[in-house]
Write a protein that binds this ligand. Structure first.
Ligand SMILES: [Fe+2]
Ligand SMILES: [Fe+2]
Length: 397
C-alpha cells in the first residue's frame, strides 16, 4: 500500500493518515509513504521508533519511507476489556460488579488495561440499578422548566399582612427542606460507579430540580419581604438525620419514598389553598418534579428489596432509629403548622379557622394513607407499612 501525503506535514495531520494506513495493513506487512513536506523523513523515523514500527528510507523515485507495522499497537490493546454495553436494554449490558479499574470509561467502551483503580463506594448493580432510570432521565430532561418564564412573577395581588407572613413562613420551611433534597442525591452522585450512567444522570437532574425549587420558593418568600421567616432547631434536627445518612438505599428510602412522597401532599395542599397565583404556580411546578423523584425512588427501592430481601429489615430499622433520635424534638414547627392552617382558612374568622384546621387534619391523614400505600407498593406488608408510616418524622420530609 502506498500513501502520498503530498504537501501535508506529518505534524499537520499526516500522522493520522499514516496510522490509518498501518491499521489497514497486517502485522509485519509494509506500507510506503511519500510527500513533499520538509522533514517528513525525520518525523516519520522518530514516530516509528517510539511506536515500535520498523522504518527504512529509500531514495528511489524522489524518496519514500517503508514502514512495517510492529506488534506494539496490537499488544497494547490485547488486554483491553469491553465494559458492558452502552445500550442498557441489551442482555448483559449492566455488570453486577463493574471493576474499579473501569473508572470513568463510558459503559460499552473498550478499556485499556493498566488504567488506575478508582474508589467508587457504591459499585454494585443490586444497590444502584433500576431499569426505570432510562425513562426517568428522559422524562426529567424534557420536563425542565425555566423559573423566569414559567412563573407569573409580575401577577398583581395584595394579601393581608398576616397571610403574607404565613406564606413567607411556609416558603422558608420549603426552602430548608428543598436544600436537604438537593444535598442528598448530590452526595451520592460522587460515590456512584459511572458504569451506572443513567442512575447518575437521574440523580444529577434531580439535584438540578431541587436547585430550581430552592430558587422559586426563596423568590416567592422575598417577593414582598426583605427577609425569610423562621428556621427551627427541630426542623433542622430532622433534616440532619437525612442529610447525614451514609447508606445510599436508606437515604433514598427516607428521602424519596417517605419524605418527598409526603411532600407531594403538602405541595398539592398549598396549590389548592394558595392565596395568590405565584404561590400556587411555584408549588404546582415543584410538585410535578417531586412526583418523578418519588416514582424513581420507589422503583429503585422495589428493585433493591426484590434482589436483596435483607434490605427490608435495614429500612425498618432505619426508620425506627430515626424516630428514636428525633423523639424529643418538636417535629413540625408550630409556626409552619399555623401558617398552613391560616392559608387554608384564608382569614381569621373563627368558623374559617375551624375549617382550616380540619383541612390540615385531613391532610395529615391523607399523608399517612398515601405513605402506607406507597410502602405496600414497594413491597412491605400492611403491618410494616402501618408501622413505618406512623414513625415517619413529624417534619414531613
Ligand atoms: Fe424539591
Ligand atoms: Fe425532590
Amino acid at each position: 500500500m502506498h500513501l502520498n501525503l503530498q504537501d501535508l506535514g506529518f505534524d499537520e495531520g499526516g500522522v493520522v493518515l499514516v496510522k490509518r494506513a498501518l491499521r489497514m495493513a497486517r502485522e509485519g506487512d509494509a506500507i510506503t509513504v511519500s510527500g513533499t513536506a520538509s522533514d517528513l523523513a525525520v518525523h516519520l523515523r522518530a514516530w516509528c521508533r517510539s511506536d515500535g514500527h520498523e522504518f527504512r528510507w529509500s531514495d528511489q523515485d524522489g524518496g519514500y519511507a517503508v514502514i512495517s507495522r510492529g506488534p506494539a499497537e496490537a499488544q497494547r490493546w490485547s488486554g483491553a476489556e469491553r465494559s458492558g454495553s452502552s445500550n442498557p436494554l441489551e442482555a448483559g449490558a449492566i455488570i453486577d460488579h463493574p471493576p474499579q479499574r473501569w473508572g470513568l470509561a463510558p459503559r460499552g467502551s473498550l478499556v485499556e488495561s493498566g488504567a488506575p483503580e478508582f474508589h467508587f463506594a457504591i459499585a454494585d448493580k443490586v444497590e444502584v440499578w433500576s431499569p426505570d432510570a432510562v425513562r426517568t432521565y428522559s422524562q426529567a430532561a424534557a420536563a425542565q422548566w425555566d423559573p423566569a418564564a414559567a412563573i407569573p412573577w409580575d401577577a398583581e395581588f395584595d394579601l393581608p399582612e398576616e397571610v403574607e407572613d404565613a406564606v413567607v413562613q411556609v416558603m422558608t420551611y420549603l426552602v430548608e427542606n428543598e436544600t436537604a433534597a438537593l444535598i442528598v442525591p448530590s452526595r451520592f452522585i460522587a460515590q456512584l460507579h459511572p458504569h451506572f450512567r443513567e442512575v447518575m444522570q437521574v440523580l444529577a437532574i434531580q439535584a438540578a430540580d431541587e436547585a430550581r425549587h430552592v430558587e422559586v420558593f426563596t423568590r416567592r418568600g422575598l417577593l414582598k419581604r426583605r427577609e425569610l421567616g423562621l428556621s427551627t432547631a427541630g426542623g433542622q434536627a430532622s433534616l440532619q438525620t437525612l442529610v447525614e445518612e451514609p447508606d445510599f438505599a436508606i437515604a433514598s428510602f427516607l428521602l424519596s419514598v417517605l419524605g418527598e412522597g409526603t411532600f407531594l401532599s403538602v405541595l398539592w395542599f398549598i396549590v389548592r389553598f394558595a392565596p395568590d397565583p405565584i404561590t400556587s404556580a411555584v408549588c404546582r411546578l415543584s410538585a410535578q418534579d417531586e412526583a418523578r423523584h418519588v416514582a424513581f425512588g420507589m422503583s429503585h427501592i422495589r428493585e433493591h428489596m426484590n434482589a436483596e430481601p435483607r434490605l427490608r429489615e435495614s429500612l425498618i430499622h432505619a426508620v425506627r432509629s430515626r424516630h428514636e433520635a428525633l423523639r424529643y424534638t418538636a417535629g413540625l414547627n408550630s409556626e409552619v403548622f399555623d401558617a398552613l392552617v391560616l392559608m387554608a382558612a384564608g382569614s381569621w374568622e373563627p368558623a374559617e379557622l375551624k375549617r382550616g384546621n380540619q383541612l390540615l387534619s385531613a391532610l395529615i391523614q391523607e399523608m399517612h394513607a398515601s405513605r402506607r400505600k406507597r410502602l405496600m407498593q414497594v413491597g412491605f406488608t400492611e403491618a410494616e407499612a402501618e408501622e413505618i408510616s406512623s414513625l415517619h418524622t413529624r417534619n414531613f420530609m
